[in-house]
Structure formats: structure tokens, C-alpha cells
Write a protein that binds this ligand. Structure first.
Ligand code: SF4
Length: 467
């Protein structure tokens, strides 16, 4: 799974209204003031997309999104519990909210992984919370909201046995260029350190016909880039009679008129097959990018992590990607200081960095999580050792990225201009290989695909000029 933490907020333009005994959204078409909401999102792209779907569900019920906590009647935190720090942050935010709105109480909901993990205990620890709902229960949100609208102040949705995906036509997408689309929910892998199988439930795939219909609709709405999501996206199995493989699905999405770029995240090495590389080679719209989390370079640690592959098997997958005709960038996730990790194990992770020459690495210190297999064994690596290993790993990777990015100076890329920085007069663009390129431009270029030559490079981005 991907570990890159991001934080987004909902945006919109609406008036403010005091909440009474319950939330009462305005009927569609009425001139009553709408109840307002604000969603703050932590965690991975799956969470970001879930928030878009929750926002769409709320808007369809007559709620309106606003730009800040202060303007909102209903505040929702879509949470991540992949690391202790991320989960702790939620309770600290809830405490801050309580103080800030002591004289103007809000209806507060906790969604996502912390909701699923902590359940009813959230009401005890943060009594200001009214709604607790895990991601596998978002299909129940309309019913839960109705209960809140009727004044119920403790509402929960924590079912994990759903075989449904949270699909909605109502998704309210925040990015005007890139549409996220979940193709597989949950995870059956049960890596020893990971809470996801316990918070997102069992793996369940969407049928290919529904995915392709949605992609065609998104392309028709002008989304040139589609990012297919799944905790293990390449474990997707077509439940429809078409029985497409994951690689075939990628090809079909890439061939839809109007689709200019297709990305997919997160791949698991166990399910990463050569036909995925062949699909990238054959379809220019499939981006030259693979995110393949390794977690450790030591086979002994990988075995304890229950990852299901060895260092050697992982390197075979990397060789397969490196043999592609296109120059596919490779990124990964690494955990340092997992239970029992020796200095020798860590050195193997460092040597893996040298061997693979990753384009990007998301690295973290291990922290035990409740309900996981590793949570019940000793967290044996001292905190200061974890910190030192993380710093050493990040510095080694920084040096690698300086080298790989400098080798790109002089090359020409097609970039999607994603935003404009007025202070610098620069456009921020992204290549097919997921590299950021900054170059002089204008706000009007945002949204366009432009041809840019790299003129210099840092460890995390390129500087370029338009051709
Ligand atoms: S259990 Fe493993 S494969 Fe599944 S989401 Fe967690 S880290 Fe990814």
C-alpha cells in the first residue's frame, strides 16, 4: 500500500448557519439555507477519494461544502491510522476543535481508519463526536446522516462484512484534471505491521464494465488523467463475465478517447506480473511510473513482515520493469526499525536503494499498531536507532535522486501544468513519470499539456523551459 500522507480540505462558497437540535439539510430547490460541511482528510489517495465520495453524498442530501471549520455546521475528519503519529493527530485536532468552538458547538464526525479501529471508544475519548463511521460502511452514510438530522448524537457505522464497494455517481472531485477511481477495496494480505485489513475490510473488486463505463463518463467530463486506486490495485480480479486481467483493464482504460494519462496505485510485488510492464510499453497513455512498495531490503525482515516475497523475488520484478522499452520510474515505501531489524538487515535495505536507484522513496519509522500481528511482539529497535537509520536512509536516497534527476537535464518531457505559483511566476507541471517540473509560465497554462526541456535538477524536482 502507499504510505504518502497528504492532507486536503473541501472547498466551496456557502453561507453559515447555526446548528439546532439536529442537522436539517435544505430540500433540493428550496430557498432555505443549507447546512454546511467541511471535510479534512488525512492519509492516502484512497482516503482523498473517499472524501470526494462522502462530499458528493452530502451535497446530494442538500448539504453545502464550505472552506473552513468556522463556517461549517458539520465537521468531518477522514482519518488515517497507518502510523501511531497519524492516529494521535486526530484526537489532538478534536481537542483543539472543542476549545475553538466551545460557544458555537459543531456536529463532528470521525470517518476512516481511526473510526474503524477505535469504534465506540471515540465517544468516550472525545464526547463532542456524534458520528463514527469506517470506510467499509460509507454506503450507510445516508441512513446515518438521517439519524443525525433527527437529533441522534451518537451514530456509528462500523460493519466490515460488506461485499459492496462504496460507489457513487455523486462524487465531488476536487482535482479538475485528475479523477481518482477505486477499482478494489479492502485487503486480504495482512502484512504484520498494517491495520488496513482490519479497518478497510476484505478485498472486493468492482466489475470491469462498471469501471470502464465510469472512465468513459469521466473522459467525457474532461478528466484527461485517471488514477485507478486500490490498497493492492494489481490484486484486482474482474468479477464480471469479461474476466479481464488487471493488465487488460489498464489497456482498455488507456484506449478510451479523451484519456491522456492513466496511473494506478498501489501495486504489491506479489501480484506484479510482466504483462503490466507489457501494457505500459504498448499504451502511451499508461504513465511511465510504477509504485512498488518493498518495505525492507532484508529477506528475514520481509518474512517477519509477512510480505510474501524475498529480496531476490522483489529484484526480479524490478529487473522486469527495467527491461521495458519505456523509461519507467520506480518509487517505493520503506519502513525502518521493524521488530528485530538488525544493523545488518538495515544495511541490506541501504544496498537495495543502491541496486534499484529508486526515483522516489517514502520512508517511515516503524510504530506498532493495535490488532496487527506485529503489535503483539516486542518493538525491539530503540527510537534513537530508528531515527538514525531513517536519517541515513533518507540522505542516501537524496544523493541517488540528485544523480538520477541530473541525468535528465537536457531531456524533453510532456508535462501536465497542474498549478501556478504567482510569487515565482512559475507553472508546476508533472511528467508521465511523476516528476515535478517548475518552469516560467502563466496561470492560463494550468490544465494544458506542454512540452518542456529540463534545464537543471534538484533532489525532488526539475527546473525547465517551455519549447
Ligand atoms: S496489509 Fe499489506 S498489502 Fe494490505 S494494505 Fe497493508 S501493507 Fe498494503
Amino acid at each position: 500500500m502507499g504510505n504518502d500522507l497528504i492532507q486536503i480540505t473541501s472547498t466551496a462558497d456557502t453561507p453559515q448557519e447555526q446548528v439546532g437540535a439536529g442537522l436539517r439539510p435544505a430540500p433540493t430547490g428550496s430557498c432555505e439555507k443549507a447546512v454546511t460541511f467541511f471535510i479534512e482528510t488525512f492519509g492516502c489517495a484512497m482516503n482523498v477519494h473517499d472524501s470526494e465520495k462522502v462530499a458528493g453524498t452530502l451535497v446530494a442530501r442538500g448539504y453545502r461544502a464550505v472552506d473552513s471549520h468556522a463556517e461549517a455546521d458539520l465537521i468531518l475528519y477522514n482519518t488515517c491510522s497507518i502510523r501511531e503519529k497519524a492516529a494521535g493527530k486526530v484526537f489532538s485536532y478534536l481537542g483543539t476543535l472543542k476549545k475553538a468552538f466551545r460557544n458555537n458547538p459543531k456536529i463532528i464526525g470521525v470517518l476512516g481508519c481511526v473510526a474503524q479501529q477505535e469504534g465506540e471508544a471515540i465517544f468516550e475519548r472525545a464526547p463532542q463526536v456524534s458520528l463514527v463511521c469506517g470506510s467499509a460502511s460509507y454506503t450507510r452514510l445516508p441512513d446515518l446522516l438521517e439519524e443525525i438530522e433527527h437529533g441522534n448524537r451518537r451514530v456509528m457505522g462500523l460493519d466490515l462484512d460488506t461485499d459492496e464497494c462504496f460507489e457513487t455517481e455523486l462524487t465531488r472531485r476536487d482535482n479538475p484534471f485528475r479523477a481518482y477511481l477505486t477499482i478494489v477495496e479492502g485487503c486480504d494480505q495482512r502484512c504484520a505491521f498494517c491495520v488496513v485489513p482490519y479497518t478497510r475490510g476484505p478485498e472486493r473488486s468492482r466489475p470491469s464494465d462498471k469501471i470502464l463505463d465510469e472512465c468513459r463518463r469521466l473522459a467525457g467530463e474532461g478528466y484527461g488523467e485517471i488514477q485507478l486506486l486500490g490498497q493492492i490495485v494489481n490484486a484486482w480480479k474482474d468479477p464480471s463475465s469479461a474476466r479481464l486481467t488487471f493488465a487488460e483493464l489498464l489497456g482498455r482504460v488507456a484506449e478510451i478517447p479523451g484519456v491522456r494519462r492513466v496511473r494506478f496505485t498501489t501495486s504489491h510485488p506479489r501480484y506484479f506480473t510482466p504483462d503490466i510492464v507489457e501494457a505500459i510499453d504498448s499504451h502511451p497513455a499508461l504513465c511511465e511510473q510504477v509504485h512498488l512498495p518493498v518495505q525492507s531490503g532484508s529477506s528475514a525482515v520481509l518474512a517477519r513482515m509477512l510480505r510474501g516475497y524475498t529480496r531476490e523475488q522483489y529484484l526480479e520484478k524490478i529487473d522486469c520493469i527495467r527491461r521495458a522499452r519505456r523509461a519507467i520510474s520506480i518509487s517505493t515505501d520503506i519502513i525502518v526499525g521493524f521488530c528485530g531489524e538488525t544493523q545488518e538487515d538495515f544495511e541490506q535495505t541501504m544496498s537495495l536503494l543502491d541496486a534499484v536507484q529508486y526515483d522516489q522513496v517514502f520512508s517511515f519509522k516503524y510504530s506498532p499498531r493495535p490488532n496487527t500481528a506485529a503489535g503483539s511482539i516486542e518493538d525491539s529497535v530503540p527510537e534513537e536507532v530508528k531515527a538514525a537509520r531513517l536519517a541515513a536512509l533518507q540522505e542516501r536516497q537524496r544523493q541517488i535522486q540528485i544523480g538520477t534527476n541530473q541525468a535528465l537535464v537536457g531531456q524533453v518531457f510532456e508535462v501536465l501544468a497542474e498549478s501556478f505559483q504567482p510569487r515565482l511566476g512559475q507553472v508546476v507541471g508533472r511528467t508521465s513519470s511523476n516528476r515535478i517540473v517548475n518552469f516560467p509560465g502563466t496561470p492560463g497554462e494550468v490544465g494544458q499539456y506542454l512540452t518542456v526541456r529540463a534545464t537543471s535538477a534538484g533532489p525532488n524536482s526539475l527546473v525547465g523551459e517551455k519549447l
